[in-house]
Design a protein around this ligand. Structure first.
Ligand SMILES: [Fe+2]
Length: 246
């Protein structure tokens, strides 16, 4: 089975459409979305519509919490607060209702999907978690692989198994292309960001997990950055969110 994991789309319709086109060409059996569907970008409603149209299961992100008034605005920096308020004004009641029904996590076919950190944190950043806490979570998690978003960075953290790395926690960037997994090891995989890159590369990123090959593939997808940047300006969203796309 080939599972595509998309996260942090952030209302970037151009990026999401190109990623879906790539998914359609890549022999994918199912798609899962890890939240932050909205925020920063100009097309929150359009992205929600596509997720619904494609029946893509999705978990809650911190930007959804903000838009729904379930996370205090003070949690966000001042520009992100503007984004939350503008995003709220761009969404229909139907879309807000959809966002309100998103779960904190999903366990599907032996894998866990959560926005921030397993088992169900929406707001914890992976880079803020100590190895001590990682070890504790890895030993209690039933699922072998957990997929997370939130940091907008591609990363793979491994634990356990019979190999030379054994019980030690390993951290590595998840590089473009294919990464083979070790059969007895558990993993937390940070799937990057479709719509708001923070790794110095302007392409949309997503991850394919091939369960038969037991391998991950990080895909880098070009899209019309100029079109999204212009729409961000036209929507009155902070200029930084347009510039950061490049
Ligand atoms: Fe995000």
């Amino acid at each position: 089975m080939r599972v595509a994991v998309v996260t942090d789309i952030h209302a970037n319709l151009e990026a999401f459409k190109e990623v879906l086109a790539d998914i359609d060409r890549s022999g994918i059996d199912s798609v899962v979305c890890l939240g932050d569907i909205v925020g920063y970008g100009p097309d929150p409603e359009g992205v929600v519509d596509l997720l619904l149209e494609r029946r893509i299961p999705c978990v809650m992100g911190n930007h959804e919490l903000g838009v729904l008034g379930r996370l205090n605005l003070a949690w966000f920096n001042i520009l992100a607060q503007q984004s939350v308020l503008i995003t709220r004004s761009l969404l229909t009641l139907e879309a807000l209702g959809y966002l309100a029904g998103l779960p904190a996590s999903l366990s599907l076919a032996g894998s866990l999907y959560v926005h921030g950190f397993p088992p169900d944190s929406i707001t914890t950043y992976l880079y803020s978690v100590s190895d001590f806490r990682l070890r504790k979570v890895f030993t209690t998690l039933e699922e072998r692989i957990s997929f997370v978003g939130h940091t907008h960075l591609l990363e793979i953290i491994g634990f356990g198994g019979e190999s030379i790395t054994g019980e030690s926690i390993t951290h590595a960037p998840l590089r473009k292309g294919v990464t083979a997994l070790e059969p007895d090891r558990k993993y937390i995989v940070n799937a990057g960001s479709v719509g708001q890159p923070r790794d110095g590369n302007r392409n949309a990123k997503y991850v394919i997990w091939d369960t038969d090959q037991d391998a991950l593939e990080a895909r880098f997808i070009p899209y019309d950055v100029a079109a999204t940047a212009e729409k961000i300006r036209q929507a009155g969203l902070p200029e930084l969110f347009a510039r950061r796309l490049w």
